[in-house]
Design a protein around this ligand. Structure first.
Ligand SMILES: Nc1ncnc2c1ncn2[C@@H]1O[C@H](COP(=O)(O)OP(=O)(O)OP(=O)(O)O)[C@@H](O)[C@H]1O
Ligand SMILES: [Mg+2]
Length: 365
């Protein structure tokens, strides 16, 4: 076949390949950045919607199969990079972070910090660069969950002489917590605006560097921190955590309404402590009600990201400073977080694809 004709038919075939998460073809997503034939080798540059870690291998295999069909025996050199996603706010903060995900709940104690820590772990396990920002002033959790109590925060000065904190690193995750920048008993006497100030210190005066994901572990409810975050941090979206209890579900509905009002995308609902599996007989019991999280997700018109078991290991892992998904005895729990993160990443890619397609309007004077 004439090489230019071969190249053209290769391009057409590649552009017909679907992105499995997005239900659109690489052509529709303008993903084929360049395609060349050089000394019998095919050089293909793709630009895909981030994050890439979960989908790149699948797309690579489909591309290899197409090259093999159109130009049998030709070698494929594939280069993949991420498309730039316009931010929902024209915000100068966290310029090096691609996906900003908040973990929120209406009611306290439903497992936000546990979910946030294990989401961060599973994201990092897939090769993504991940940070965890613990914004809970009343009971900072990240230091405990990651065994970092009493670890002093390192700092340096930037070119303007400002002090910049350096996050801790644990299990490949960069971690900073309100617990590192303020005293625990200070929280009770601080008023809203000051709390929001501390929160912004963690956002603006930390050297987060380049990250694929920054996960925000929020305090419960809809207070100053949540509002400040919604107004000043260009979030990808928020994960809503609940337990099956009616009260937790009702409070979550209120939180969801507040986030919608301030234009934060809802990524989905996670139901924690959904069921207990008897370790000896395997019997599954839904202790606090069944299906409430999924029903609420449906009512809100957002995805249900999954159930998590009520399991003593989550508590034990926290006491030992190792997130359950990484705990040597945690394989059975890890599975749930793995699936949860797969569904979450799918939503993140869908939102990013929408933002690439229809960038948010920016007002300019
Ligand atoms: N699925 C679970 N099974 C057993 N224990 C759990 C589970 N999820 C969380 N826990 C435990 O419940 C307690 C509360 O969890 P966690 O701190 O994650 O909740 P939270 O929503 O972040 O709370 P807060 O609102 O105070 O920030 C912790 O002791 C945690 O170890
Ligand atoms: Mg918490």
């Amino acid at each position: 076949m004439e090489s230019s004709t071969a190249l053209e038919s290769l391009r057409q075939r590649l552009e017909q390949l679907p992105d499995p998460d997005l239900g659109r073809t690489l052509g529709e997503l303008s993903a084929v950045h360049s395609l060349q034939l050089r000394d019998g080798r095919v050089e293909l540059y793709l630009e895909l919607i981030p994050p890439l870690q979960w989908v790149a291998r699948h797309i690579e295999q489909s591309c290899r199969a197409v090259v093999e069909q159109v130009l049998p025996g030709a070698e494929l050199e594939l280069y993949v990079r991420e498309k730039e996603v316009p931010r929902p706010l024209p915000s100068p903060v966290l310029p090096g972070v691609t996906n900003l995900i908040a973990v929120a709940s209406g009611k306290g104690g439903v497992g936000k910090s546990t979910v946030a820590a294990n989401i961060a772990v599973m994201l990092a396990q897939s090769g993504a660069r991940v940070g965890l920002l613990d914004a809970d002033i009343y009971g900072p959790s990240a230091p405990v969950l990651f065994g970092l109590q009493d670890a002093p925060l390192a700092a340096r000065k930037d070119e303007q002489g400002r002090v910049i904190g350096i996050p801790h690193e644990r299990f490949g995750i960069r971690i900073a917590s309100m617990g590192f920048v303020m005293q625990r008993d200070q929280a009770a006497i601080l008023r809203g605006p000051l709390l929001a100030g501390y929160f912004m210190t963690l956002v603006e005066q930390m050297d987060w560097g380049e990250l694929d994901f920054l996960v925000f572990d929020l305090p419960p409810g809809t207070g100053d921190i949540q509002l400040t975050m919604a107004q000043r941090v260009p979030l990808t979206g928020v994960v809503l955590v609940t337990t099956p209890h009616e009260l937790a579900l009702a409070d979550l509905r209120r939180s969801a309404t507040m986030f919608r009002r301030v234009n934060v995308a809802l990524l989905g609902v996670v139901e924690n402590m959904s069921f207990f599996r008897c370790p000896s007989c395997g019997h599954v019991e839904h202790l606090f009600g069944e299906g409430g999280g999924a029903r609420l997700a449906q009512e809100l018109g957002i995805p249900f990201l999954g159930e998590l078991p009520l399991d003593g290991l989550l508590q034990r892992a926290a006491d030992e400073g190792i997130p359950a998904a990484l705990h040597p005895a945690g394989a059975h729990v890890r599975e749930y977080f793995e699936r949860l993160v797969e569904r979450l990443v799918l939503q993140v890619r869908r939102i990013n694809a929408e933002r690439v397609q229809t960038p948010p309007l920016e007002l300019s004077l």
